[in-house]
Write a protein of this length. Structure first.
Length: 259
C-alpha cells in the first residue's frame, strides 16, 4: 500500500464481482474506506467479509440502484459507518444487446434504469454532501460503447453515450464546488460476463480467439488493470482532470480495422 487513497470514503456500486470487486480490492490497498453496494446479497456479503478479514474499513448493503430512496438511505448509512462520502464509483451496469426493432419496452427500460438512472440516483445522493463539504470525486464506469457503435448491441450504447453526457454535464456544473466528475471507459475485460459471452457460442475457444484478435496487443484487460486506472482517477494525482473520459482498451477503439 502506498496510501494514494487515504482519507477517501468511497461508495462503490456493483462491487460483488468483476471490475467492481477488483476496484474495491485496489482501493483498500491504497488506504480508502469503502461502502459497497450490489444487488446480490449473498455474494456481496461473502466478498465484503473476506475484504474485512484482509483489513480495512468496510461497510456494505444489498441494494437496487434503480430505487432512489433506497440509495439515499444507503448513502446516509455509509456516512454513519465510514464517514462522509467524498468519492463515488458508479460501476453497476448490465448488458442489454438487441436489434433496434426487436428491442422490447422491458429491455429498453431495464437498460436505462440500471445503466443511466441508477448512476444518476447515486450521484444525486452523494452530491449534496460533497458540495456542502470539502468537495469530492465521482467516477462513472462507462465503456467504449460510450463513443463507438457495435451493430446488434442496441440499446446499450445509447445508455453509455448518455452516461458520458451526464459525466460532462455534472463535471461542468459542480467544478467550482470542488467536485470532479469523470468517466472510465474499458473495452473488453476478462470478467465472468465476458467468459459467459464466449461460452454462449458453440466453440467458446474460437470465440475467445476472435475477441483477442480484435486487439492490437492480442489480449484483453484484466479487471485489476481497470482498477488501477480507477485508483488514479479517484486519487489526488489528477486534480485538474474533470468532465472527461479515460479510455482503457488496449487500443481497440483507435484502429479502423483489426489486423
Amino acid at each position: 500500500m502506498s496510501g494514494r487513497l487515504v482519507g477517501k470514503n468511497i461508495f462503490v456500486t456493483g462491487a460483488a464481482q468483476g471490475i467492481g470487486l477488483a476496484i474495491a480490492k485496489a482501493f483498500l490497498r491504497e488506504g480508502a474506506s469503502l461502502f459497497l453496494i450490489d444487488r446480490d446479497h449473498g455474494l456481496l456479503a461473502e466478498q465484503a467479509e473476506a475484504l474485512k478479514q484482509a483489513g480495512g474499513k468496510i461497510g456494505y448493503l444489498a441494494a437496487d440502484i434503480t430505487d432512489a430512496k433506497v440509495i439515499a438511505s444507503a448513502v446516509a448509512r455509509a456516512a454513519d459507518e465510514i464517514g462522509p462520502i467524498n468519492a463515488l464509483v458508479n460501476n453497476a451496469g448490465v448488458n442489454v444487446f438487441s436489434e433496434p426493432l426487436e428491442t422490447s419496452d422491458e429491455e429498453w427500460n431495464r437498460c436505462f434504469d440500471i445503466n443511466l438512472k441508477g448512476a444518476w440516483n447515486c450521484c444525486k445522493a452523494v452530491l449534496p454532501g460533497m458540495i456542502d463539504g470539502t468537495g469530492g470525486v465521482i467516477l462513472n464506469i462507462a465503456s467504449t460503447h460510450a463513443f463507438t457503435i457495435i451493430p446488434h448491441t442496441f440499446p446499450y450504447p445509447l445508455a453509455k453515450h448518455a452516461l458520458l453526457g451526464m459525466t460532462k454535464s455534472l463535471g461542468l456544473e459542480y467544478a467550482a464546488r470542488n467536485v470532479r466528475v469523470n468517466a472510465l471507459a474499458p473495452g473488453y475485460v476478462a470478467t465472468q460476463k465476458v467468459i459467459d459471452y464466449w461460452n454462449s457460442f458453440p466453440d467458446p475457444d474460437a470465440a475467445k480467439a476472435e475477441t483477442m484478435k480484435l486487439h492490437p496487443g492480442g489480449r484483453i484487460a484484466s479487471p485489476e488493470e481497470i482498477a488501477m486506472a480507477a485508483v488514479f482517477m479517484i486519487s489526488d494525482e489528477c486534480p485538474f482532470m474533470n468532465a472527461t473520459c479515460l479510455t482503457v482498451d488496449g487500443g481497440l477503439s483507435v484502429q479502423q480495422h483489426p489486423a
